[in-house]
Design a protein around this ligand. Structure first.
Ligand SMILES: [Fe+2]
Length: 469
């Protein structure tokens, strides 16, 4: 691994802790007027770096700098605000780094509050905006001003300690399903939040072991929990060890998929997958002819991935950093699952037209690697569009020095056909050391972008975001 090559990845992720707002007037091309609403994005951006430098942080470490990019009549504006959790405010008061997943402060603070950095995703639902991370309940922020409102513990109905950063909003009913996981029983929990914000289901779920389960999938009638070989080791956790010493990958545990009906009280059935590895993100799942089809990006080398996550911000990683797209064909009645690798080209951040979450989709989008990528700097180089009917894929060309983030699909109009719309992604230009929102025509993903809207301040790459009309 060449450290200087990987340091470009580190450059793309390094913090730039600026809270600001402005009109984004530097635009290449023209912004389609059909895009009307707000693209919310989230990512780690540590405001006060540890004494030994931000490069020592775990990839998941950092205060949550939430971005709201507003589109109206072809004009774009930007607002960025930190999620002011109790631990964030304490750190500002102390005026020094107070701790994270990888790095301890040189001198510990007295009675530290639980470290909550909701830096992974940001989702609007039921009139609320939530900044999300998987070790806490949702953190509510004002959808317009991004003012911090505080943790939202499901109207007091929580049956676990946290929920994840990956709710699934049913594309037809608007219900938000979200799961939680934790290292003590009950290992899993499931919640349903109705479109009006009412919590209609909060149930504990038994699982064979305490997994790290970043994301899950839903269909019209089922929930699918991907139980992978990355799990929490309680012993070091009780000794107060760091996150990286507590999370373990075991190559003797095959993946299991937990399939459960969405109705209250439904049992869960754990179905074996004939392989090991770890998945952060399923793309979509749906039912057809008595089967569930789920696509997901899977890391074949879970131990290599865990090691890379803790070192990549400092400029080094291994080939475990690359995930590939897979299809899982689950026969619910027979309790069997077939796994098929869809491509040898690395892919992450799979998305689709959100109106089809839980239902059969033809098109999917992901941030993909250069062919043969084995290192971090080659992983997120372009947007790829997949056709599930033909198995073909189309790539936006790789541009020298440029990285892309998660592709978010925005339909041209509320009733536009699938794939008739735009794909928005965060772009980082390492040569100019600047960031932009790139707007692609979904039906011509390999053509020149329709527009690039440049930020004044570089935005660290970050993880996920969503468009709210
Ligand atoms: Fe994620």
């Amino acid at each position: 691994m060449e450290a200087d090559a990987n340091s470009l990845f580190a450059k793309a992720w390094r913090p730039n802790p600026v809270e600001t707002s402005y009109e984004m007037t530097e635009i290449e091309g023209s912004v389609p007027r059909e895009i009307c609403g707000t693209l919310y994005r989230n990512g780690p951006c540590q405001k006060i770096a540890p004494e030994i430098g931000a490069g020592a942080l775990h990839l998941f470490d950092g205060d949550a700098l939430v971005h709201a990019i507003r589109f109206e009549d072809g004009k774009v504006s930007y607002l960025g605000r930190f999620a002011q959790t109790e631990s964030y405010l304490r750190e500002q008061r102390e005026g020094r780094y107070c701790g994270g997943l990888n790095v301890r402060p040189e001198v510990a603070i007295d009675e530290p509050p639980p470290a909550i950095q909701p830096n992974t995703n940001v989702v609007a639902h039921g009139g609320r905006l939530f900044a999300l991370v998987e070790n806490a309940p949702p953190f509510e922020m004002d959808p317009v001003t991004l003012e911090s409102k505080g943790l939202w513990p499901y109207d007091g109905k929580m049956v676990g300690m946290a929920t994840t950063a990956h709710p699934k909003i049913d594309g037809k009913t608007g219900q938000m399903l979200i799961h939680g996981y934790q290292p003590i029983e009950p290992y899993l929990q499931l919640y349903v939040v109705e479109p009006d914000g009412e919590v209609s289901l909060a149930e504990a779920i038994e699982a064979p072991w305490p997994p790290m389960m970043h994301d899950f999938a839903i269909t019209e009638n089922y929930v699918v929990f991907p139980l992978c070989s990355v799990y929490f080791d309680l012993e070091p956790m009780l000794q107060g060890k760091r996150f990286t010493e507590v999370v373990t990958a075991r190559d003797d545990l095959n993946i299991k998929l937990g399939v459960r009906g969405r109705a209250p009280g439904s049992p869960v059935r754990w179905i074996d997958v004939p392989s090991t590895g770890f998945m952060f993100h399923p793309g979509n799942a749906y039912e057809r002819d008595g089967k569930i089809y789920m696509d997901a990006c899977k890391y074949e080398d879970a131990a290599g991935l865990l090691e890379s996550l803790s070192t990549v911000r400092g400029g080094s990683c291994n080939s475990g950093i690359v995930a590939h797209p897979y299809l899982y064909e689950i026969d619910v009645d027979a309790g069997t699952c077939k796994e098929t690798k869809l491509s040898d080209i690395g892919a992450e951040f799979p998305r689709l037209d959100d109106r089809l979450v839980g239902y059969e989709n033809r098109w999917g989008y992901a941030a993909t690697a250069e062919a043969g990528a084995k290192e971090a700097e080659a992983v997120f180089r372009r947007v790829t569009k997949y056709d599930r009917q033909t198995g073909k894929s189309v790539h936006r060309p790789v541009v020298d020095g440029q990285w892309v983030g998660e592709p978010v699909f925005v339909p041209r109009s509320p009733d536009a056909e699938e794939d008739d719309g735009f794909v928005l992604t965060l772009l980082f230009d390492a040569i100019a050391d600047r960031s932009a929102i790139e707007i692609l025509d979904a039906r011509n993903i390999d053509a020149e972008p329709l527009a690039r809207v440049w930020f004044r301040e570089r935005v660290p790459m970050g993880f996920h975001g969503n468009f709210a009309p």
